[in-house]
Design a binder for this molecule. Sequence first.
Ligand SMILES: [Zn+2]
Length: 279
Amino acid sequence: MRVFDVHIHVQPWEMVAPDALAMVDDPSHAGAKDIVSSPENVLRFLDEHEIERACCINYVSPDVMGFTREVNDWIASFTRDHRDRLLPVGSVNPLHELKVHQEIRRVLDLGIRMIKIHPPHQLFAPNAYRHELWQLAEIYRECETRGVPVMFHTGTSVFPKARNIFADPMPIDDVAIDFPKLKIILAHAGRPLYGETAFFLMRRHANVYIDLSGIPPKSLPRYFPRLADVADKALWGTDWPSPGVVSPKKNVADFRALNLGEEAEKKILWENAARIFES
Ligand SMILES: [Zn+2]
């Protein structure tokens, strides 16, 4: 079974702010730092876990995580010779850019394949363009025009400076309406508090998908009893190396043990993502 993991974090470790680092620098991450130290190590890790392609998540969050706009250049160059397997994911934070339109074009011209928006770590709501942060619409518009997906973190975060007032995915309803051709991925499907909202948005809008990352596969039936019915709209992801994700390979095995059926497994583990990223 081919596996396309749309959500692993391959990011510049040295940029992480000390208080955020304290959250992730535990024994379960011991190997992760080494793995993300070179593309060869990441590919070896993916081979070990039988993952064919992976989205390498990065986002700009100077206030909460310490990541600056340079993450885009970092991941673009990290993946340069391996774009068939490693898809660079980047970000523009409109609260930290004077020329948002110029920056989103620059970032996409680097070859960034998906834009990540992380409301609790970037400190704005997904629909803030309707109120004060009109520059946010320039990001969505450029991505919509170029067919580049936008992934939103949905659900709460426990990093010290995260603001969970932005955790609710419902404001993405506005984005899906205002940008009907934009491919939207709801990372973590709203876990742990907003699963029903994420499920609703995914079913309401043709352009909205969920990723299953960060949810222990064994708990999936509890969150989404009707997952097999929406196999066309769900994407596989692990959120490696976040705490609790010990082995991506075991996650796939646990997922397949749910017996959703081979057809649904194929769509979720590979086909939906392959179609969205039109390899
Ligand atoms: Zn993540």
